[in-house]
Design a protein around this ligand. Structure first.
Ligand code: GRG
Length: 286
């Protein structure tokens, strides 16, 4: 399978949908779109892939949900880059939102993306129960039992040990990747067993995603990453290489990938894209 071709095709669908959704005369929309533009779109692509693998057929049902994930993700990046958080000047290959628009407008553009995401989620005619369960799952993953808690631990102070690392990675990153897969299954009205299995595999994939993010912060180049490498060490962050060394982090990343792939394969042939996507995440360079 040509996984890069697959990702490019899906990214083009997400990009087109987002462009349409942000063509608005309200001047906050181009500001929000500035930060939204140019991501890899991994989370919406995972939601779409999961929806299709579970037999979902209606693009109009899954696109608003998939794109809402990207809005929330972008919001987290804007706030993560702020001086009060990671204080980063570069994001997605261009000046971060507060460098471009000033801190106040950057904060508001994040707030706007977050609220607009829930408005996308709540609109639409797909089966109400599936939509309601998706909204509940997303709210849980991005709230104080998910991303917000992970970020609180991430800005410290915390001890640099394996347990803290697992807590930060699972809350800050893995639960959001897991819920991306979960909502695809929920919107396709998959069985409970499949919803749970995809969430579990998504957690493993999400841990892998943050491991590769940590590793790239050590080994990557700014131009390819589109953000500033080497910042974790300077800020004394609890990362996989800080806890296990680079070789230990790579070993454990491979182990997360193996476990995720075994879980996906157990779901059957219609989920064949997921082991490939796992390999892409393991070997990614940005
Ligand atoms: C409530 C959503 C929310 C956020 C508030 C600021 C904050 C709390 C959380 C920050 C969480 C954060 C930045 C986690 C890092 C996750 C991560 C690996 C981001 C990079 O994702 P990619 O590689 O980036 O998918 P692109 O730019 O390709 O989308």
């Amino acid at each position: 399978m040509d996984v890069n071709g697959y990702l490019n095709d899906r990214k083009a669908l997400v990009d087109a949908w987002l462009r349409r959704c942000f063509a608005d005369e309200n001047p906050l929309f181009p500001v929000m779109y500035y930060s939204l533009d140019q991501g890899k779109r991994i989370r919406p692509i995972l939601a779409m892939a999961s929806y299709e693998a579970c037999g979902g057929k209606n693009g109009d049902d899954i696109m608003p949900v998939a794109c809402a994930l990207e809005l929330i993700h972008t919001y987290s990046l804007i706030h993560d880059d702020l001086p009060a958080m990671d204080n980063d000047d570069l994001r997605r290959g261009k000046p971060s939102a507060h460098r471009k628009f000033g801190e106040g407008v950057a904060i508001l553009s994040g707030d706007g993306l977050f609220a607009h995401a829930f408005s996308l989620l709540a609109n639409g005619d797909a089966a109400c129960e599936a939509r309601y369960r998706s909204i509940r799952a997303i709210a849980r993953a991005v709230g104080p039992r998910g991303i917000v808690f992970g970020q609180m631990l991430d800005i410290g102070p915390v001890t640099c040990d394996p347990r803290t690392l697992r807590q930060i990675h699972s809350n800050k990153t893995a639960k959001f990747i897991a819920v991306s897969l979960e909502v695809g299954a929920l919107m396709a009205e998959a069985t409970e067993k499949v919803v749970r299995a995809l969430y579990w595999c998504g957690l493993l994939m999400g841990m892998l995603f943050q491991y590769t993010d940590d590793i790239l912060d050590v080994t990557g180049a700014a131009q390819e990453l589109g953000k500033t490498p080497g910042k974790d060490k300077i800020a004394d962050k609890v990362t996989a290489p800080a806890v296990y060394g680079l070789a230990g982090a790579r070993f454990r990343a491979q182990r997360y990938a193996d476990r995720a792939q075994a879980g996906f394969r157990a779901l059957g042939d219609s989920f064949a894209v997921f082991p490939e996507l796992t390999d892409y995440i393991l070997n990614r360079t940005h």
